[in-house]
Design a protein around this ligand. Structure first.
Ligand code: HEC
Length: 153
Protein backbone atom coordinates (compact mmCIF):
# COMPACT_ATOMS: atom_id res chain seq x y z
CA UNK A 1 0.00 0.00 0.00
CA UNK A 2 2.68 2.46 1.09
CA UNK A 3 4.79 1.36 -1.83
CA UNK A 4 2.03 2.03 -4.32
CA UNK A 5 1.54 5.43 -2.77
CA UNK A 6 5.21 6.26 -3.15
CA UNK A 7 5.23 5.07 -6.74
CA UNK A 8 2.20 7.15 -7.55
CA UNK A 9 3.86 10.17 -5.94
CA UNK A 10 7.09 9.55 -7.86
CA UNK A 11 5.12 9.31 -11.09
CA UNK A 12 3.26 12.50 -10.29
CA UNK A 13 6.49 14.34 -9.46
CA UNK A 14 8.18 13.33 -12.69
CA UNK A 15 5.03 14.44 -14.51
CA UNK A 16 5.25 17.84 -12.86
CA UNK A 17 8.96 18.13 -13.68
CA UNK A 18 8.24 17.13 -17.26
CA UNK A 19 5.54 19.75 -17.57
CA UNK A 20 7.81 22.40 -16.10
CA UNK A 21 10.45 21.55 -18.69
CA UNK A 22 8.04 21.43 -21.59
CA UNK A 23 5.92 24.42 -20.64
CA UNK A 24 8.36 26.48 -18.60
CA UNK A 25 10.39 29.22 -20.19
CA UNK A 26 9.32 31.85 -22.65
CA UNK A 27 8.74 30.79 -26.23
CA UNK A 28 12.08 32.35 -27.19
CA UNK A 29 13.99 29.57 -25.41
CA UNK A 30 13.40 27.35 -28.38
CA UNK A 31 11.76 29.50 -31.01
CA UNK A 32 11.63 26.98 -33.85
CA UNK A 33 10.31 24.22 -31.59
CA UNK A 34 7.65 26.48 -30.05
CA UNK A 35 6.46 27.74 -33.42
CA UNK A 36 6.23 24.18 -34.65
CA UNK A 37 4.13 23.28 -31.61
CA UNK A 38 1.95 26.36 -32.15
CA UNK A 39 1.40 25.40 -35.76
CA UNK A 40 0.44 21.86 -34.77
CA UNK A 41 -2.04 23.19 -32.19
CA UNK A 42 -3.45 25.54 -34.83
CA UNK A 43 -3.92 22.72 -37.31
CA UNK A 44 -5.54 20.50 -34.70
CA UNK A 45 -7.91 23.02 -33.11
CA UNK A 46 -8.36 26.02 -35.41
CA UNK A 47 -7.76 25.09 -39.06
CA UNK A 48 -11.17 23.42 -39.50
CA UNK A 49 -12.79 26.85 -39.29
CA UNK A 50 -10.02 29.38 -39.99
CA UNK A 51 -8.43 27.43 -42.87
CA UNK A 52 -5.24 25.40 -43.05
CA UNK A 53 -3.20 28.50 -43.99
CA UNK A 54 -5.34 30.93 -41.98
CA UNK A 55 -7.31 31.95 -45.07
CA UNK A 56 -10.66 31.98 -43.23
CA UNK A 57 -14.08 30.91 -44.55
CA UNK A 58 -15.60 32.07 -47.82
CA UNK A 59 -17.42 35.41 -47.66
CA UNK A 60 -16.30 35.83 -44.06
CA UNK A 61 -17.47 39.44 -44.00
CA UNK A 62 -21.07 38.53 -44.91
CA UNK A 63 -23.42 36.96 -42.34
CA UNK A 64 -24.48 33.42 -43.30
CA UNK A 65 -28.03 32.02 -43.46
CA UNK A 66 -28.18 31.91 -39.64
CA UNK A 67 -27.19 35.55 -39.40
CA UNK A 68 -23.73 34.68 -38.01
CA UNK A 69 -20.37 35.89 -39.26
CA UNK A 70 -18.19 33.04 -40.61
CA UNK A 71 -14.64 32.45 -39.33
CA UNK A 72 -12.33 35.27 -40.48
CA UNK A 73 -8.81 34.79 -41.89
CA UNK A 74 -5.74 35.13 -39.66
CA UNK A 75 -3.49 36.01 -42.60
CA UNK A 76 -2.76 39.59 -43.76
CA UNK A 77 -6.22 39.90 -45.38
CA UNK A 78 -7.98 39.60 -41.98
CA UNK A 79 -7.86 41.80 -38.89
CA UNK A 80 -6.51 39.41 -36.27
CA UNK A 81 -3.32 41.50 -36.29
CA UNK A 82 -5.25 44.54 -35.08
CA UNK A 83 -5.92 42.92 -31.69
CA UNK A 84 -3.47 43.19 -28.77
CA UNK A 85 -2.03 40.09 -27.12
CA UNK A 86 -4.45 40.57 -24.21
CA UNK A 87 -7.45 40.69 -26.56
CA UNK A 88 -6.33 37.70 -28.64
CA UNK A 89 -5.82 35.73 -25.45
CA UNK A 90 -9.29 36.64 -24.25
CA UNK A 91 -10.99 35.81 -27.56
CA UNK A 92 -9.36 32.38 -27.67
CA UNK A 93 -9.77 31.52 -23.97
CA UNK A 94 -13.34 32.81 -23.57
CA UNK A 95 -14.72 32.53 -27.08
CA UNK A 96 -16.29 35.26 -29.16
CA UNK A 97 -19.29 36.25 -31.26
CA UNK A 98 -19.97 39.34 -33.24
CA UNK A 99 -22.43 41.45 -31.22
CA UNK A 100 -24.56 41.85 -34.37
CA UNK A 101 -24.94 38.09 -34.96
CA UNK A 102 -28.62 37.05 -35.02
CA UNK A 103 -27.87 34.14 -32.63
CA UNK A 104 -26.46 34.31 -29.10
CA UNK A 105 -24.08 31.36 -29.30
CA UNK A 106 -20.33 31.79 -29.31
CA UNK A 107 -19.46 31.12 -32.93
CA UNK A 108 -15.79 31.26 -31.93
CA UNK A 109 -15.63 28.49 -29.32
CA UNK A 110 -13.91 29.05 -25.93
CA UNK A 111 -10.63 27.14 -25.65
CA UNK A 112 -9.83 27.99 -22.02
CA UNK A 113 -10.68 24.45 -20.91
CA UNK A 114 -8.99 22.78 -23.87
CA UNK A 115 -5.69 24.63 -24.18
CA UNK A 116 -3.36 25.67 -21.36
CA UNK A 117 -2.41 29.37 -21.14
CA UNK A 118 0.99 28.40 -22.52
CA UNK A 119 -0.59 26.61 -25.48
CA UNK A 120 -2.78 29.64 -26.23
CA UNK A 121 0.35 31.77 -26.37
CA UNK A 122 2.04 29.26 -28.67
CA UNK A 123 -0.92 29.41 -31.06
CA UNK A 124 -0.90 33.22 -31.03
CA UNK A 125 2.86 33.22 -31.65
CA UNK A 126 2.19 31.03 -34.67
CA UNK A 127 -0.57 33.37 -35.94
CA UNK A 128 1.99 36.20 -35.85
CA UNK A 129 4.10 34.37 -38.43
CA UNK A 130 1.19 34.76 -40.91
CA UNK A 131 1.32 38.59 -40.81
CA UNK A 132 3.42 41.12 -42.70
CA UNK A 133 6.34 42.76 -40.80
CA UNK A 134 4.32 46.01 -40.64
CA UNK A 135 1.31 44.22 -39.15
CA UNK A 136 3.55 42.45 -36.62
CA UNK A 137 5.07 45.80 -35.67
CA UNK A 138 1.64 47.43 -35.26
CA UNK A 139 0.37 44.52 -33.16
CA UNK A 140 3.47 44.62 -30.97
CA UNK A 141 2.87 48.31 -30.26
CA UNK A 142 -0.80 47.62 -29.48
CA UNK A 143 0.30 44.95 -27.00
CA UNK A 144 2.68 47.14 -25.02
CA UNK A 145 -0.12 48.28 -22.73
CA UNK A 146 -2.19 45.14 -23.22
CA UNK A 147 0.12 42.11 -22.93
CA UNK A 148 -0.80 38.48 -22.39
CA UNK A 149 -2.26 38.03 -18.89
CA UNK A 150 0.20 36.85 -16.26
CA UNK A 151 -1.16 33.39 -15.63
CA UNK A 152 0.76 30.27 -14.71
CA UNK A 153 1.52 27.65 -17.29
C1 HEC B 1 -16.04 26.19 -34.89
C2 HEC B 1 -15.28 27.12 -35.70
C3 HEC B 1 -14.07 27.78 -35.06
C4 HEC B 1 -12.97 27.18 -34.49
C5 HEC B 1 -12.69 25.71 -34.32
C6 HEC B 1 -12.08 28.27 -34.11
N1 HEC B 1 -12.64 29.47 -34.42
FE1 HEC B 1 -11.80 31.31 -34.12
N2 HEC B 1 -13.51 32.20 -34.83
C7 HEC B 1 -14.59 31.54 -35.35
C8 HEC B 1 -15.58 32.51 -35.78
C9 HEC B 1 -16.93 32.18 -36.43
C10 HEC B 1 -15.05 33.76 -35.48
C11 HEC B 1 -15.72 35.13 -35.73
C12 HEC B 1 -16.58 35.50 -34.56
C13 HEC B 1 -17.29 36.81 -34.84
O1 HEC B 1 -16.62 37.84 -34.93
O2 HEC B 1 -18.52 36.78 -34.96
C14 HEC B 1 -13.73 33.54 -34.90
C15 HEC B 1 -12.89 34.56 -34.49
C16 HEC B 1 -11.61 34.37 -34.03
C17 HEC B 1 -10.69 35.44 -33.69
C18 HEC B 1 -10.97 36.94 -33.80
C19 HEC B 1 -10.46 37.36 -35.15
C20 HEC B 1 -10.76 38.78 -35.54
O3 HEC B 1 -10.36 39.16 -36.65
O4 HEC B 1 -11.41 39.51 -34.76
C21 HEC B 1 -9.52 34.84 -33.29
C22 HEC B 1 -8.23 35.53 -32.85
C23 HEC B 1 -9.71 33.41 -33.39
N3 HEC B 1 -10.99 33.16 -33.84
C24 HEC B 1 -8.75 32.47 -33.11
C25 HEC B 1 -8.97 31.09 -33.11
C26 HEC B 1 -7.99 30.12 -32.69
C27 HEC B 1 -6.56 30.45 -32.26
C28 HEC B 1 -8.57 28.89 -32.79
C29 HEC B 1 -7.99 27.56 -32.39
C30 HEC B 1 -7.47 27.44 -31.04
C31 HEC B 1 -9.93 29.10 -33.29
N4 HEC B 1 -10.11 30.44 -33.46
C32 HEC B 1 -10.85 28.10 -33.53
C33 HEC B 1 -14.74 30.18 -35.48
C34 HEC B 1 -13.86 29.22 -35.01
Amino acid sequence: MRKTGALVLAGWLSGVAGQALAGGGPASDDKAGSLHEGKQLYQQYCASCHGIDGEGQLDWQTPNALGELPAPPHDPTGHTWKHSDAMLYRIIAEGWRDPWNKTDRLTMPAFGEVLSPHQIRLVVDYLKTLWTPEQRQHQQEESQDAPFPLVGD
